[in-house]
Ligand binder design. Structure first.
Ligand code: DC
Length: 217
């Protein structure tokens, strides 16, 4: 049987990773957080400088652990890639062509060998244009800032809501106006606004879309 792919795109803090992870678990597919890959590259670039980008393949090796841990050159960087410094630089680094080519090739390779739920910004448009199911996940800026606040508080970071809102708006602006594969809803993606949905409800809606799609094939 050929592998199935589910693409989930959308702006920062729309609920993509929380929901994608649960959908993947339920379907027993691999979950791939492509934002984490861009964050890992950003961490490496912050530590070693932009010059490494021209030879990125020989510097940066990214793998995932069984509990979605992110390894950069065999070191678990799952927490470090969520630092404010990485968050503030990731949109700049992920707009660079060499970085995108390197990671997009890796993402496509993974989907060739496994059924995947992949979340990011350009999965339905660029990485997996033939994905079986495409979802564009949205939520209002106020709801997204509130979600980020809960996440940051859980990590022990004390960041105020105004700063988080500004960061989300800034990142969305860079991600959706960059030249190479900007954040945009694919024409054939289903829009899912999670502003007023619980995690269970959003998960259920995606599972339903997948079941509908697979039934008619
Ligand atoms: O999903 P996230 O917020 O962890 O993603 C971090 C950044 O990575 C995001 O602001 C833009 C970039 N990104 C991207 O350019 N393409 C993707 N497929 C995923 C993330």
């Amino acid at each position: 049987m050929s592998h199935i792919s589910i693409a989930i795109d959308g702006p920062a803090a729309a609920g993509k990773s929380t929901i994608a992870k649960r959908v993947a678990k339920k379907l027993e597919f691999l979950y791939i957080d492509t934002g984490a890959m861009y964050r890992a590259v950003t961490l490496y670039v912050l530590e070693h400088g932009d010059d490494i980008i021209k030879d990125i393949a020989s510097h940066v090796h990214i793998t995932f652990g069984i509990n979605d841990e992110v390894y950069l050159n065999d070191k678990d960087v799952s927490s470090e890639i969520r630092s404010p410094e990485v968050t503030n630089n990731v949109s700049r680094v992920s707009a660079i062509g060499e970085v995108r080519t390197y990671l997009v090739d890796m993402q496509r390779e993974i989907s060739r060998t496994s059924s995947v739920v992949m979340d990011g910004r350009d999965i339905g448009t660029t990485v997996l244009p033939d994905a079986d199911v495409k979802i564009f996940m949205q939520a209002s800026p106020a709801v997204r800032a509130e979600r980020r606040l809960l996440e940051e508080t859980a990590r022990g970071n004390n960041i105020d809501i105004a700063a988080l809102t500004a960061e989300i708006i800034r990142r969305d602006e860079i991600d959706s106006t960059r030249e190479i594969s900007p954040l945009v809803q694919a024409e054939d993606a289903t829009l899912l606004d999670t502003s007023h949905l619980s995690i269970d409800e959003a998960e259920q809606k995606i599972i339903q879309l997948v079941e509908d799609k697979l039934e008619v094939q």
